[in-house]
Design a protein around this ligand. Structure first.
Ligand SMILES: C[S@@+](CC[C@H](N)C(=O)[O-])C[C@H]1O[C@@H](n2cnc3c(N)ncnc32)[C@H](O)[C@@H]1O
Ligand code: SF4
Length: 386
């Protein structure tokens, strides 16, 4: 059964920006650790930040999910994580069944770590498996092995009912045949949530630089489309269908935290480079924290000040953002909930054409992108929105 959000829900994202090394495809705000970190100082900074953000936005709101992402937050001690959870609990009304997730990198967590995470109240784990083939892990520059990944999955399966893995496909030299074989191994794990990401070549990444020098041989567009299509058929058959472009779940195991982004509900991000969408009074704001970890830390600890950009969003911007994220979900969006009438946001000619050609479907007040539409959502949105 799908989750019903309470009135005035809010989700909290905590960003830990450090990893053991930087993966060549990654453009997230993450940095390899190059010096000994003063964890006490970092912990105090997060706590100060949680308090500050709560002062302006906790009143009247219920926290429905907390997400530790990164970077590699599973490198943090459970005591560190517990201090942040306890501060959130002090400053906010946290729902009894709050979803509390952590991203975990195989190869760097032990069974004891997994047990500790559970003991402090974490109830959902997202494991960065990326590939169940040695070739995939090698090409993607991951430091863990397939065996490490399977051990982490096993440890999580023994303790959590709610856990997920991330996989990347369409990496350099990846073939449809090898993807089909890998999916057989994936389904044998009987997972209830899987995120399948098609590799994006980010300009600001090692792969981006290699690609621009012609050093990466990627599967062609037809192969990528076939991989995506095969994935949809195979996951439907395996009982773990898509509920969003890249996210698949056995019904009832959808990630509540991520759904709150796609439903355009309020969320606060805490940590270097973290984004928020937060309504204060009648106005919704987009905020982003300073992305440089040292500057973020020092501004809070030395000046008691969070370096952040805070921009009020117009009704038009909000409506466009809500469409952009909402159409990612298979269930689509309720157009009555948009801040402006649809005809003031979209190009009507494009809209009618997209419906006629079966990229979009409107049923009463619900607008959805069809499978064909979700496959090319970015292009569709660029055409649809004026
Ligand atoms: C916040 S990231 C990292 C989580 C964790 N540090 C890890 O690497 O396992 C979340 C997920 O985004 C996906 N991802 C990151 N960069 C990507 C890219 N360039 N293309 C496709 N997927 C990507 C990976 O599957 C990754 O697990
Ligand atoms: S993919 Fe994950 S582990 Fe790799 S650099 Fe990015 S955040 Fe760190």
């Amino acid at each position: 059964m799908s989750y019903t959000y309470p009135d005035n829900p809010i989700s909290i994202y905590i960003h830990w920006p450090f990893c053991t090394s930087k993966c060549p495809y990654c453009a997230f705000n993450s940095y390899p650790v190059t010096e000994v970190l003063d964890f006490e100082r970092w912990k105090l900074a997060y706590i100060a930040c949680i308090r500050h953000v709560a002062e302006r936005s906790a009143a009247g709101r219920t926290v429905t999910s907390i997400y530790f992402g990164g970077g590699t937050p599973s490198l943090l001690s459970y005591q560190f994580l517990e201090s942040l959870l306890s501060e959130i609990d002090k400053c906010w009304a946290v729902s009894k069944d709050c979803e509390i997730s952590i991203e975990m990198n195989p190869g760097y967590v032990t069974e004891a770590n997994v047990r500790d995470f559970k003991a402090i109240g974490i109830n959902r784990v997202s494991i960065g498996v990326q590939s169940l083939t040695s070739e995939g892990l090698r090409v993607l520059g991951r430091k863990h092995t397939v065996e490490n990944a399977l051990l982490t999955i096993k440890a999580c399966a023994a303790l959590f009912s709610n856990y997920s893995i991330d996989l990347i496909y369409a990496w350099p030299n990846h073939t449809l045949e090898s993807w089909k074989k890998e999916l057989v191994d994936v389904f044998a794990l009987n997972l209830s949530h899987i995120s399948f990401y098609q590799l994006v070549i980010e300009d600001d990444s090692t792969f981006g630089h290699m690609y621009s020098r012609g050093e990466l041989l990627l599967p062609d567009d037809d192969t990528c489309a076939n991989m995506f299509e095969y994935l949809q058929e195979a996951t439907d058959k395996a009982g773990i269908p898509a509920y969003e472009i890249s996210n698949h779940a056995v019904p009832g195991f959808e990630c509540r935290h991520n759904i709150s982004y796609w439903k355009y509900l309020d969320y606060v991000g805490i940590g270097p480079g973290a984004h928020s969408r937060i309504t204060l009074g009648q106005q919704k704001y987009a905020t982003v924290h300073e992305s440089n970890p040292k500057k973020w830390l020092n501004s809070i600890m030395d000046n008691q000040h969070i370096l952040e950009d805070m921009v009020p969003l117009s009704q038009d911007e909000q409506a466009k953002e809500a469409i952009l994220v909402g159409l990612r979900m298979v269930e689509g969006i309720d157009i009555r909930k948009l801040p402006l009438p649809l005809n003031q946001i979209i190009n009507l000619e494009a809209y009618e054409r997209l419906i006629k050609e079966n990229y979009l479907v409107v049923d009463g007040d619900i607008l959805t992108a069809t499978y064909k539409g979700r496959k090319r959502l970015n292009a569709l949105i660029a055409y649809l929105i004026r």
